[in-house]
Write a protein that binds this ligand. Structure first.
Ligand code: ADP
Length: 219
């Protein structure tokens, strides 16, 4: 099977770290920026690094961009260039396009013009850290939709010593504990008679409002 080929457009903080991470994963990655200094910075990290203005269709064509499996547009501040680049990639028939959005308006436009995945790293990271700071027991969370998440919650003393059946969490809160992390061990799909120990990390899935209720009442 042919190895997947990636291209990253825009070598700012986000695009740059994408290039580094992809290279570390051992995949082929083409790095593109219209700033020569940026391109030089990544010349030894990416498989190939080229200078080019990606709002110019001819530039993207000459790079054979449509043969790449996945193109990441990481042009941040220049929203116009980000939108135009995405539009051209779409028109050229690139199979999978991920674009970084800088604000909600930008995100909306990118989705409308057919970006396959729109990421909003500053907003998401900001929310994540805020959540973490506000709720002492929440270690991490992953948004599944606007209303549902998977959350890692530390079991407090109030939960210690009870089994899942004692707590009846699914019926009372409508949420599910999908795994329990205890030190180095992880109990996936715990049985109803599994006991919870103080300090266990509960991995919980459900609606945000239900998880919130669980957290406030029990944890
Ligand atoms: P971040 O917030 O992730 O640091 P920036 O907006 O600072 O993102 O960086 C975006 C990068 O995209 C810059 O290195 C810039 O030179 C590059 N860039 C901007 N416009 C174009 C374009 N039309 N073609 C190619 N690269 C571009």
């Amino acid at each position: 099977m042919k190895r997947k080929e990636f291209a990253v457009i825009g070598l700012g903080r986000f695009g740059g770290s994408m290039v580094k991470a992809l290279s570390e994963e051992g995949v082929e990655v083409l790095a593109i920026d219209n700033d020569e200094d940026k391109v030089n910075e990544y010349a030894n990290i990416a498989s190939h690094a080229v200078v080019g203005d990606t709002t110019d269709e001819a530039v993207l064509k000459s790079l054979g961009i449509r043969n790449f499996d996945h193109v990441i547009v990481a042009i941040g501040d220049n929203i116009q260039a980000s939108i135009l680049t995405t539009l051209i990639l779409k028109e050229l028939g690139v199979k999978h396009i991920t674009v970084k959005a800088t604000n909600d308006y930008h995100e909306k436009v990118l989705s409308r013009i057919g970006a396959d995945q729109v990421v909003h790293p500053e907003r998401d990271m900001g929310r994540r850290i805020a959540h973490n700071i506000v709720s002492n027991n929440v270690l991490d969370y992953l948004e599944l939709s606007d209303e549902h998440s998977i959350v890692e919650i530390v079991a407090s003393r109030r939960l210690g010593g009870y089994t899942l059946i004692d707590l009846d969490i699914r019926a009372k809160y409508g949420i599910n504990i999908v795994a329990i992390k205890r030190g180095k061990n992880i109990i996936v799909s715990p049985q109803a008679n599994e006991g919870i120990k103080q300090g266990d990390i509960l991995i919980v899935i459900g609606a945000d409002k239900d998880i919130d209720r669980f957290e406030k009442n029990l944890v």
